[in-house]
Design a binder for this molecule. Structure first.
Ligand SMILES: CC(C)(COP(=O)(O)OP(=O)(O)OC[C@H]1O[C@@H](n2cnc3c(N)ncnc32)[C@H](O)[C@@H]1OP(=O)(O)O)[C@@H](O)C(=O)NCCC(=O)NCCS
Length: 333
């Protein structure tokens, strides 16, 4: 047993300015605002339009804001991890590029690819570094330029996704009643048939054919993914409640991955939570993959009080899924 827990001590986000509305999507593919709102729950999403900029741009801007907000010098950071499925390049890691852009010179780091569960998997990794004493100040970046792999000719996927980055400072506390209390994490490779970006890796390197067949974009069998997501996210969240004997009234907020309003509502219902306890911003930002839970934490930071019990819950490509039991560690003025 460690004598430390990992706590988030600061959080900042960077959102590209361009807003892609359902009305604009309706000019690209055959769809309507009404269909997208009723089946998914997204009204608009942010898009990084500028050529030559990738996820590291979003991440570096978020980290600069985080360091200013927390009064941290770049050279104090021990480790930088970046959770992303849209790295700048196959290599080097986007985490390294972010360090260079921000002037973080004493850290090591790497990227984590866990689909839309990216925040859960990377936070669990960071927590083990903190609890073991290996690191004192870790910057965790979750960032996605989902628009770079979204096929804007495919009406079944293009309304879903948006771009964003969030940076969090994670440090140790000796108050064991705060911070990350527990994680339940899973993978099941069956998911690789139903949600993937086929080409561009070592199995299907880029060719004229892969480009012509639009295989560098997200492919999703929406109905299958929906069924898995609904059951796995709800099951693992309820499992976490039972494991720690948590009743609905003990939970201040559920912070779910923002993939689809119907999946979020089903998870909340299974947990017996009232609507006010489920934090949602999918309407404004869409599915930002592993960034969506931190983006909710950032937006609703002021709502959280020290000691609040939070449940984070996600499901994503892989398949990957899981839940975390977290005790919020500060009051925001
Ligand atoms: C993608 C998703 C919103 C589609 O919703 P759905 O209710 O399952 O829709 P279906 O795929 O069954 O399609 C129903 C009909 O709507 C149509 N449709 C699909 N997208 C549409 C759109 N944007 N506008 C209008 N009609 C659309 C389909 O073509 C289909 O028409 P048909 O019956 O004539 O064939 C839903 O499957 C989903 O949310 N899946 C999980 C997504 C997810 O969470 N992914 C990330 C996991 S991290």
């Amino acid at each position: 047993m460690s004598n430390k827990k990992a706590i988030i001590t600061g959080i900042e986000a960077f959102l590209p300015e361009y807003i892609l509305t359902n009305d604009e999507i309706s000019t690209m593919v055959e769809t309507t605002d009404e269909w997208i709102m009723s089946r998914i729950g997204v009204k608009e999403r942010r898009i990084l339009k500028e050529d030559g900029l990738g996820t590291s741009h979003l991440g570096a801007e978020a980290v600069k804001k985080l360091l200013a907000k927390t009064g941290t010098k770049p050279e104090e950071i021990d480790i930088v991890l970046c959770a992303t499925v849209t790295p700048d390049m196959m290599f080097p890691a986007t985490a390294n590029i972010i360090c260079d852009k921000v002037g973080i010179v004493n850290a090591w780091g790497y990227d984590i690819n866990a689909g839309c569960s990216g925040f859960l998997f990377s936070f669990a990794t960071v927590a083990s570094f903190i609890e073991s004493g290996l690191a004192k100040k870790v910057v965790l970046v979750t960032g996605e330029r989902m628009s770079s792999i979204t096929n804007y000719q495919d009406r079944t996927t293009c309304p879903l996704f948006g771009d964003a980055a969030v940076a969090m400072l994670i440090e140790p506390t000796e108050d064991l009643s705060l911070g990350l209390q527990d994680s339940i994490l899973h993978v099941d490779g069956i998911g690789r048939q139903f949600l993937y970006q086929k080409a561009g890796g070592s199995m299907y390197p880029a060719t004229e054919e892969t480009v012509k067949n639009r295989e560098h974009f997200i492919y999703q069998d929406g109905q299958v993914v929906f069924k898995y997501a609904v059951s796995r996210m709800a099951d693992v969240s309820v499992e976490m409640m039972e494991k720690h004997n948590l009743k609905a009234e003990d939970i201040a907020f559920l912070i779910p991955h923002q993939a689809n309003m119907r999946i979020i509502e089903a998870t909340g219902r299974r947990m017996g939570l009232t609507k006010e306890k489920i934090l949602i911003n999918i309407e404004k930002f869409g599915n930002t993959a592993g960034t969506s839970i931190p983006l909710v934490l950032w937006e609703f930071e002021k709502k959280m009080k020290k000691g609040d019990t939070l449940i984070f819950s996600a499901f994503g490509a892989g398949f990957t899924w899981g839940a975390m039991y977290y005790k919020w560690s500060y009051d925001t003025k």
